[in-house]
Design a protein around this ligand. Structure first.
Ligand code: LRH
Ligand code: MN
Ligand code: MN
Length: 406
């Protein structure tokens, strides 16, 4: 990318009244966590295609996650899932991450892979099973302390398949009770992020089916509990940016699991299918960040835990993560180019087409010169995909062979 292209872009944005230095700083501040599980072998219920060079243990997953940060400069932490990332020495895992230039991000308890959880975990009618699930949640708080993580990220597979199978209201109360026990165990500087999903693996009902249920729980629990929005977990026509704005205004938006889906919770590369949707989500966030009239919303927006939650079934994992980080940056950068003063004016005048145009105009800019300049200033690779390809890391890890972590 020539300096000329950047100079042209800068001139163009200046003329629109956009402060490009501010935009650059905002992009530099955007950190997106990768999921450790996205580096392992994955697939569908039909087939898992084993790839060569897959990490064989959580330490190697961290090494691969560090590659994403090395080239993008914007992915300084990796989330872990317990027990998928169970190790004997969590302090050693933390040091390993640090030695490779990253940190351990959100700790994700897993209460869905045990036979005991067939009819639910924290909402199981059997108190002994509920206790077992809660004990695991508490174990994850201890793990978070050991790896120096400040976030417990919660998703429950709990639900039912048939009408009459279970008592919705009882399960709602068991959910609350369990979350409360977890909440009480959190340190002051920790928080819990509550994820919702309206289907799968249960198909008739899930106990936290939508943002309203997660929000209600988070509200009852208190300031250390927030809602996590996984973009794949909504019905097709859901207006996710509206949900995001609502939660921002309520100061309860805790984080994201980014991915994209064509049909359901496909966990494909973020913005591969839905770039405009991600842009509109980012636009709500930028508007809140810049909302001087509502500093609490701005603070919430500044505190969002951005994470990817993706599985790369047929493509190589590390470059897929790099691509994903670049996609998120690209759409955040475009959102930063919306002229908010103009948008407010158009809204006040109730000029529908003007308002729509103000948002559209930002989306239609090519932000490649801007992102290259930002990455150069950050000491990251101006073209992370190319830099990774040329680094030789993909060839180096082939010696791990096949049959890595699932
Ligand atoms: C559930 C989910 C949740 C899990 C992850 C593996 O669909 O989005 O976040 O932890 O996938
Ligand atoms: Mn998720
Ligand atoms: Mn999911």
């Amino acid at each position: 990318m020539s300096d000329k292209q950047y100079a042209l872009f800068e001139e163009q944005q200046k003329a629109r009244g956009i402060d490009l230095d501010k935009v650059k700083n905002k992009i530099k501040g955007l950190e997106v966590e990768t999921p450790s599980w996205g580096f392992g072998d994955s697939g569908t219920r039909f087939k898992v295609f084993e790839q060569e060079g897959i990490p064989r243990d959580p330490f190697e997953k961290i090494e691969d996650a560090a590659q994403v940060h090395k080239f993008t400069g914007s992915s300084g932490a990796a989330a872990i899932h317990i027990p998928w990332d169970k190790v004997d020495d969590y302090k050693a895992l933390k040091s390993h991450a640090k030695d490779h230039g990253i940190a351990i991000g959100a700790v994700n308890p897993n209460v869905f892979q045990d036979d005991d959880y067939k009819f639910g975990s924290v909402t199981n009618s059997d108190p002994a099973i509920r206790q077992k699930a809660v004990d695991h949640l508490l174990e994850c708080v201890d793990i978070a302390r050991e790896v120096d993580s400040k976030a417990i990220s919660l998703w429950f597979a709990d639900g039912t398949n048939y009408p009459g199978q279970a008592d919705f209201r009882k399960r709602k109360n068991w959910m609350h009770e369990s979350l409360q026990t977890l909440y009480n165990a959190l340190d002051e500087d920790m928080r819990m992020l509550i994820e919702y999903k309206f289907f799968e693996p249960a198909f008739y009902h899930t106990d936290l089916a939508d943002w309203g249920m997660a929000f209600n729980m988070a509200n009852k629990l208190g300031p250390k509990a927030d809602v996590l929005v996984d973009t794949g977990h909504h019905p097709q026509a859901a207006n996710i940016e509206h949900i995001v704005a609502y939660l921002l205004d309520e100061k309860k938006l805790g984080g994201f699991h980014f991915n994209s889906r064509k049909y359901a919770d496909d966990d494909l590369i973020v913005a591969a299918h839905n770039p405009h949707e991600i842009f509109l989500i980012m636009q709500q966030i930028v508007a809140a960040e810049e909302d001087g009239a509502d500093p609490a919303a701005a603070k919430t927006a500044g505190n969002i835990a951005y994470m990817l939650d993706q599985c790369h079934n047929i493509e190589p994992k590390i470059p897929a993560m790099i691509r994903s980080i670049m996609n998120v940056q690209n759409l955040y950068a475009k959102a930063c180019l919306v002229n908010l003063d103009e948008l407010r004016e158009a809204q006040e005048k109730q000029d529908v087409l003007w308002a729509e145009e103000v948002v559209r105009e930002a989306y239609e800019f090519d932000v490649t010169p801007l992102l290259k300049a930002v990455r150069e200033e950050m000491g990251a690779a101006p073209d992370p995909m190319k830099a990774y390809r040329e680094s030789g890391y993909a060839e180096k890890i082939l010696k791990r062979g096949k049959g890595g972590a699932g």
